[in-house]
Ligand binder design. Sequence first.
Ligand SMILES: [Mg+2]
Length: 271
Amino acid sequence: MPVLVASDLDRTLIYSAAALALTMPDARAPRLLCVEVHESKPLSYMTETSAQLLTDLGDAAVFVPTTTRTRKQYQRINLPGPAPTYAICANGGHLLVDGVSDPDWHAQVTARLAEQCAPLAEVQDHLMATASPAWVRKHRIAEDLFAYLVVERELLPEEWVKELAVWAENRGWTVSLQGRKIYAVPKPLTKSAAMYEVARRTGADLTLAAGDSLLDADLLLAADRGWRPGHGELADAEWTAPAISALPERGVLAGERILREFLKATRTTTP
Ligand SMILES: [Mg+2]
């Protein structure tokens, strides 16, 4: 029976230059591998050690990249190791099988959203009406499933985020603040539902997960074991649960530690 590893990517396994959080002298910094290029510029990194660990993990377990990114944003990431058979994009809205979205899964998800929460258009209108151009740089719709804003963090009023969270909660939506992005995501659109589906299809008997943000909480709770880094929304909230390990490492070195933990847990389970 295979082990399934469903891991968030951004600020869990891969890191932008701003999120590396390196604290050692430059001469002792780990060598970094660029795993994402955007508009011809390097954007995301992991350590070379992480690259080897991820390759080993891909050979030992069913590794499932599990991200809020759109398919297009996911597909420009070039992860080391064997190409994953399954990948979860758009916070569970798309289940890629050999790189192609499963239409049945997507239809199931959109039917659930239509039934269980306010429509995207209502949320989009609210964001347009209440977010100030003084601090919003971009309004974005992702895969016709959810919305996010790119903001100037220093100018963003904390009070506005709190009010938005309450407004969204009453309509069956969640708000997550990650770096310069504020996400508004339907509550029934989850990484965990897609992970359960992959577990069902692969017959996995052990599920492992990692993530750093509020949108990863349901994934961590759904897995048999989970890890979260020492940075991010979950760490800031001191969020934890019985099967979750809160790691002390921050930044790109947390990614390395998470991969070590995945491998250790996989190897103690499969002979
Ligand atoms: Mg993340």
